[in-house]
Design a binder for this molecule. Structure first.
Ligand code: ATP
Ligand code: MG
Ligand code: MG
Ligand code: MG
Length: 469
């Protein structure tokens, strides 16, 4: 069965409405009353007060399609077929109402009977000691044991510090051997073959200060499924970027560059990064975040600048990115009316950022040229690391760009010195983190965006659902 993303989203909401859920609109991307978080990054995040008992939900069953931003996935964007910085998470929630059996049954029923995915393509992961989930999947649903995989705490147990926590079970879709990274690629491999689609979290314990898992009197269900991933499977395309949520953006870009989307992995990746980032920035500005030098605004600025760098790879005539906004509005403006309402403002904001960034780059270029002249005069051949860092930090010159320009003129850069300067910056960020509690998550994110050129390991920022990576 092929369906548009609109139809899929609606079908999900309707399905759970028919199971007694209240459909709520997506919360804004900016968390309300939650200083510990920079962005809403999962469907459950806006409902934290319901989960921890601070507030009463309007109904014990809720279903949403939630706008999410995960900047910690920025390094994956364009590299995998399935990660975005902005995505929509479909989720059904139970606050002390139904539990594991219904959650599992309905997820299966939705995927296999409503959406008509092939049962034999589904792979289930469960927490290793969750016999209850195993029983349900095996006996009540009929998934053969060889496709029910037990995973450890790191992968299939959701917990953040003390408080409510519990095992989860994830539903994966095997796209087939042709998607595997090698002939012996197996379930558990991190490539694109076994696509994680849906995460069901069973919040059944309270983790106490003494390190005990006490059974909660009132158990909750929290699930999340990426709309883009589900669409890629239903629409039988190779990646999320070839679904109807992205194709118009890819086509628009394609009309303005000489480079063909399929011409190479690098080019394809540039298209994807631009398409991904423009969605994030458009939706974030739609929710009131403006590019700036701090907080969320800084993240948006960095994401946009990153998109500009990729636009340069495609030789797009800049400023360009703002011109994609109407395409994004066309695709999602009906669901997220704020971007349709603010279309002009979003375009203007992005355009002025693009122009500003271009000016900064031009300034940086002048400085780099001067620097090279100076070194020439002194008969030196290496650009000092702290200068490379300043160009990076202040003028948005990635190290690689400086290196490239330097090489063209017969110079090298002091990479080690650059790393040292970067490390000093990190130390300053850590010190700042001590002073300002509020910005601990923020600083982590700054650091990531700062480091993403080097694809750092991500540390510290808590995900509200289990991570299998
Ligand atoms: P992955 O292992 O693929 O990174 P995850 O385990 O981090 O996903 P969860 O936190 O379990 O993801 O989120 C629930 C669902 O949301 C996932 O099963 C997936 O369908 C979707 N999802 C998560 N991260 C992204 C992303 N960066 N882009 C698109 N969809 C995502
Ligand atoms: Mg997961
Ligand atoms: Mg992840
Ligand atoms: Mg995972």
């Amino acid at each position: 069965m092929s369906m548009t993303s609109k139809e899929i989203r609606q079908k999900f909401l309707d399905y759970f409405e028919s199971k007694g859920h209240l459909i709520l609109p997506s919360a804004p991307l900016v968390p309300q009353n939650d200083p510990s978080l920079l962005w809403i990054n999962a469907g459950m995040t806006p409902f934290k007060p319901y989960f921890n008992g601070q507030a009463t939900p309007p109904k014990t069953r809720i279903v949403t399609s939630q706008k999410c931003i995960r900047t910690n996935d920025i390094g994956n964007v364009g590299k995998t077929d399935r990660h975005h910085t902005f995505f929509e998470m479909l989720g059904n929630f139970s606050f002390g109402d139904y539990f594991k059996e219904e959650a599992i049954k309905w997820s299966y029923d939705f995927l296999v009977n409503e959406i008509e995915l092939k049962q034999d393509r589904l792979w289930i992961s469960i927490y290793k000691d969750d016999e209850e989930a195993f029983e349900i999947w095996k006996n009540k649903i009929g998934i053969p044991t060889e496709r029910i995989v037990r995973m450890g705490k790191d992968e299939n147990f959701w917990q953040i510090g003390t408080g409510p926590c519990g095992p989860c079970s994830e539903i994966h879709y095997d796209l087939g051997a042709e998607f595997g990274c090698s002939d012996n690629c197996d379930f558990g491999c991190d490539c694109d073959r076994y696509r994680e689609v849906w995460n069901l979290v069973f919040t059944q314990y309270d983790y106490t200060e003494d390190g005990e898992y006490k059974t909660l009197p009132s158990k909750n269900i929290d699930t999340g499924m990426g709309l883009e991933r589900l669409a890629s499977i239903i629409q039988q395309v190779d990646s999320n970027f070839e679904t109807d949520l992205f194709i118009p953006i890819i086509e628009f870009i394609s009309e303005h560059t000489e480079y063909d989307y399929e011409s190479s992995d690098e080019i394809k990746s540039a298209y994807r990064v631009i398409a991904d980032h423009i969605r994030s920035v458009t939706l974030a500005i739609g929710d009131g975040v403006l590019p700036s030098n701090e907080g969320r605004g800084y993240i948006i600025r960095r994401v946009l600048r990153r998109a500009v760098r990729y636009a340069k790879k495609l030789d797009l005539k800049l400023p360009f990115l703002h011109r994609i906004v109407p395409v994004v509005v066309d695709i999602m403006g009906n669901e997220y009316t704020e971007i349709a309402d603010k279309e002009e403002q979003i375009k203007k904001t992005i355009k002025s950022e693009e122009v500003k960034f271009q000016e900064t780059l031009d300034q940086g270029m002048v400085i780099l040229e001067e620097l090279i002249d100076e070194l020439e005069g002194e008969g030196r051949e290496v650009i000092p690391g702290d200068e490379v860092f300043t160009l990076y930090d202040t003028y948005g010159f990635p190290k690689e760009l400086t290196e490239e320009i330097a090489q063209e003129r017969g110079y090298r850069i002091d990479s080690e010195g650059f790393e040292e300067a970067m490390e000093e910056q990190r130390a300053r960020a850590r010190a700042a983190q001590k002073d300002h509690d509020w910005s601990s998550a923020e600083i982590e994110l700054f650091k990531e965006l700062r480091d993403e050129i080097e694809m750092p390991e991500f540390v510290g920022y808590t995900q509200p659902e289990c991570e299998t990576e």
